[in-house]
Write a protein that binds this ligand. Structure first.
Ligand code: FAD
Length: 564
């Protein structure tokens, strides 16, 4: 009882979907083209269930087969992260997706075939896409981007707030004074001075050029806000306060789709790094969903596989103190593969015990409410209706403070002004997780917060905002009053969010082995690497890292390839 059988019962036979024979590529583009050919584009197909429309998800333009499988049980991809019971009723649905084979199983596995390319980029988040685009700009062709999930984008696609950069043209146009030195100092301080200063220097110094790189290619980030731990407004996002991740991800996908010589392969998992007798990396072993196990020989490999937040075993290994009940904000493919396979290939790891909790995961659905909401004026209160922290404190401090409140949760309180300035708040409203009130007391009653205390707290906060000084907690940017006309509350709790540690790299993104030497032909960028964020990442610094170090990785890999 599968979709294929249901089609056959209606006389829609194999050749209707498999127009060019029955073999299917791992990315399943051709069968998806058949789905669209008969049913029309996804966004035009009405969803049969109530609640969020899975055909217009925040994941952008996804393929039908991400959820609807023809020859096996189907399952709504949304259920990997969200609790939407109505989606369980999807036709031919199964309650679980089969777990992937452990990476260990491939240590001695032999490929069924070998393919040769110039560059393999592993991971289709921001770091991977940027690296591939930069290498292509430098003249490299025959590039394969491997993505193990059925959709590209990784955690990058979920990024909500923005990208930190200092000294940009957008800041200058808005009269914001900022310098790379200041960004570097904030990053070092935010990371408790354990970051690698050389990497932090590159992050800060190259950040404005990275914003320019995006702008030149058609993705301007002109909205500038102030993030936690930053001494200037430098968190860049798209116009209108849209979330940065979906915006950049859509841009990267469109761009890479048009590049000749860049092949994005979905459902294609790197399961091993292949090395020669000298220990040089010579390629990767790939498990393709349909094409089986094969080897990609390459002149260079860039690891851009992201963090480890969705790998409970790895989180437990590095941070046994984090409760196994703690949820994650990460997409399910964030399982530390680059770190695991890099280490197996001899790479050194740095700061892997430094796993960041983000204080503001929505209670009820794993969506992160970005710091921009606080940056634009939201106030934290607990269930008792009292403030308990300076809202712009760093994530480690805020997460620890939220955990100590009644029930381990707290509330972000805001008004229509904040709601209008931060478009990404839409998600909380769409998910039905924002409570409302015409007065603060009404809001308190609707959200389960002490109404009288909430009113007193916000009135006092407004008085301090008018005076421009937070006498209670020392909030640095206190100037925006919450004045209605309607008031809102979102309940939040800390979640496993970000891996500060990872593969050791140098400023050329070369992966460094345990003896301190670069592993030949192996580069890495983005969250799979360590050293930039020390003990605590500042919001906005990761997208910045992915663009800057992605550019460097693409450039240095191109150097290595074009020399050969
Ligand atoms: P990712 O974007 O995670 O991409 C890695 C990709 O590699 C994934 O698609 C993954 O499936 C794939 N992959 C993994 N293993 C394999 C394998 N073996 N074979 C093939 N493919 C593989 N940072 C900011 O700076 N600003 C923000 O506003 C912000 N908001 C965030 C909001 C949320 C909800 C989350 C989760 C993170 C946020 N971050 C933010 C952090 C930031 O988005 C990520 O750290 C960053 O995008 C990581 O980019 P990446 O390219 O390194 O990895």
């Amino acid at each position: 009882a599968h979709l294929a059988g249901a089609h056959a019962a209606k006389g829609v036979m194999c050749e209707s979907c498999h127009k060019s024979g029955t073999s299917v590529s791992d990315g399943e583009r051709e069968v998806n083209a058949s789905c669209v050919g008969c049913h029309g584009p996804m966004e035009k197909i009405p969803a049969s269930s109530e609640g969020p429309n899975p055909h217009k998800s925040h994941l952008g333009d996804i393929q039908c087969t991400t959820c609807h499988r023809a020859h096996e049980s189907s399952r709504a991809y949304c259920l990997e992260c969200h609790d939407f019971p109505q989606f369980e009723k999807m036709p031919f649905a199964s309650p679980k997706r089969p777990a992937p084979k452990p990476l260990d199983d491939f240590t001695h596995a032999k490929p069924e075939r070998v393919e040769t390319v110039d560059l393999v980029v592993v991971g289709s988040g921001a770091a991977g896409f940027v690296a591939a685009m930069e290498a292509h700009d430098r003249g490299v062709r025959n590039i394969v981007i491997l993505e193990k999930m059925p959709i590209p984008g990784g955690n990058s696609q979920l990024a909500a707030g923005g990208m930190n950069a200092a000294g940009t043209s957008f800041q200058k146009a808005q009269g914001i004074e900022d310098r790379a030195e200041l960004m570097a100092a904030d990053t070092m301080k935010g990371g408790k001075n354990v970051s690698d200063p050389a990497l932090v220097d590159v992050l800060a110094r190259e950040s404005a050029a990275s914003v320019e790189w995006l702008r030149e290619r058609g993705a301007p980030l002109e909205n500038v806000a102030r993030g936690a731990g930053a001494s200037a407004a430098r968190m860049h996002g798209p116009k209108g306060g849209l979330a940065v991740g979906p915006y950049l991800s859509a841009f990267f996908r469109k761009n890479v789709d048009q590049l000749e010589g860049v092949d994005l392969r979905l459902n294609s998992r790197m399961v091993k790094l292949v090395r020669n007798d000298r220990g040089d990396v010579t390629g990767v072993l790939v498990e393709g969903l349909h094409t089986g196990l094969y080897q990609l020989d390459a002149k260079a490999v860039i690891l851009a596989t992201g963090g480890l937040g969705a790998n409970k075993a790895l989180v437990k290994k590095y941070r046994p103190d984090i409760s196994p009940e703690t949820k994650t904000s990460n997409q399910p493919g964030t399982t530390g593969d680059g770190m695991i396979l890099g280490e197996e290939a001899g790479a050194a790891l740095v700061d892997v015990q430094e796993i960041q909790l983000n204080p503001t995961l929505l209670v009820g659905s794993p969506v992160i409410i970005s710091e921009t909401v606080r940056g634009q004026g939201a106030v934290f209160v607990n269930r008792e209706g009292k403030r308990f922290i300076q809202e712009l404190a760093t994530r480690d401090v805020t997460s620890a403070a939220v955990s100590k409140q009644t029930g381990g949760t707290a509330f972000e309180i805001f008004d229509d002004g904040v709601r209008e300035r931060v478009a990404q708040l839409k998600a909380a409203f769409e998910l039905g997780l924002a409570k409302e009130g015409n007065t603060l007391e009404e809001l308190g009653r609707n959200a389960g917060i002490d109404p009288a205390n909430l009113k007193a707290t916000i009135e006092r906060y407004n008085a301090m905002a008018r005076a421009g000084k937070d006498d209670e907690f020392g909030r640095p940017d206190i100037k925006i009053e919450l004045k209605g006309p309607r008031y809102y509350a979102i309940e939040i709790t800390p979640a496993i969010h970000y891996a500060m540690g990872g593969l050791k790299i140098d400023t050329d993104t070369r992966v460094i082995d345990k003896a301190g030497k670069p592993i030949a032909n192996l580069f890495a960028a983005g969250e799979t690497t360590g050293g930039v964020h020390g003990k605590n990442r500042l919001g906005g610094n990761s997208i910045s890292e992915t663009i800057t170090f992605g550019r460097i990785a693409g450039d240095r890999a191109a150097d290595a390839i074009l020399k050969k």
